[in-house]
Each structure stands twice: as C-alpha cells, then as structure tokens.
Design a protein around this ligand. Structure first.
Ligand SMILES: [Zn+2]
Length: 169
C-alpha cells in the first residue's frame, strides 16, 4: 500500500524520465523480471551513468558476438542485466566503472542456466572446456581471465581478439 508520503514526494521531486525508458521499464515488468522502481528521490539524468550502461551493453554484446552466442534470447539477458544495473548504479554512481564487469557476470550466470558455460577459454588447448572469469569481480577495467592458465585473456569487449588470435596454431 503506497502511503500519502510517497505521492507527496513524487510530486516534489518529479523524476525526469523519458517516455521511451518508461515503456522499457513497463516491458520488463510485464516479462516478470523483478525491477525496483529506480527513482526513489534521486534525479534520473541521462549523463555519465547512462553512458556507462550503454558502454557495458555494447562491450558484453561484442563478447557474445565473438563467441557466436548473440541470439535474441541472449541479447534479452543483456537487457535484463542492464535494467537491473541501472538501478544499482543510480544508488551508487561511483560504481559506474564497474558496470561492464557486472553485466558480463550477470550474463554469464544467466547463460550458465540456459546455454551452458560462457565464454569458453580460448587459451587452454587441452583438458576440460572451462569458462573464463571476470576480474576484478567488482572494479574498473574488467578482464576475462583463465584461472587454470593464470592469464588475462582479454578486456571485456575485446574477446574477439583472443578468439581469433589463438583459435589455430
Ligand atoms: Zn583456460
């Protein structure tokens, strides 16, 4: 039940939110993804935060394309993650640099349930196929690393270079 204070507050701090992004939220609500209403007082601005989300989306989509798993349902996993991370980064704007790594991990988790491990390590030629991991898990400049080989494989968004550079020898 929404108390009257919510209404008063909303009227006072009218959030600047575009019609299109509101429609996007509506769509995700209807898909059943739990998304908290993001404008709880702080002004929603299309600035560096939105830019970092846009970049994160582009980087992760590039890595998905590099592994040829950019199907429609996978793209929607990226979108779901971006919606949730938008809320997160609005609460903590200092974390804007971390968003690309977080979106990559969200998509990795979602893929593990529906498609299996991603991205498969392109460095280790033998042994069990294994996934790369994001490092740092929560920090700027995220990279894909292979813990078995102990190497940084590629920056998030640059997986295509690793895939292409080491696929044959
Ligand atoms: Zn490996």
């Amino acid at each position: 039940m929404d108390g009257p204070s919510v209404r008063t507050f909303a009227a006072r701090a009218l959030p600047k939110i575009s019609f299109t992004s509101w429609v996007t939220y509506e769509r995700y609500f209807r898909l059943g993804v739990v998304v908290k209403c993001p404008h709880n007082g702080s002004m929603v601005s299309i600035g560096p935060l939105e830019q970092s989300l846009h970049t994160a989306r582009a980087l992760v989509l590039a890595d998905l394309a590099a592994s040829q798993v950019a199907a429609a349902d996978v793209v929607s996993m990226v979108e779901d993650s971006v919606v949730q991370r938008r809320w997160w980064v609005e609460q903590w704007p200092e974390g804007a640099e971390f968003v690309a790594g977080l979106v990559a991990q969200d998509v990795q988790d979602a893929l593990l349930e529906s498609h299996g491990r991603w991205p498969l390590c392109p460095v280790c030629g033998s042994g069990d196929p294994h996934a790369l991991e994001i490092e740092p898990e929560l920090g700027p400049d995220p990279h894909w690393v292979c813990h078995q080989a102990g190497v940084k494989v590629a920056a998030v968004g640059s997986l295509v270079i690793a895939m292409g550079g080491t696929s044959s020898s």
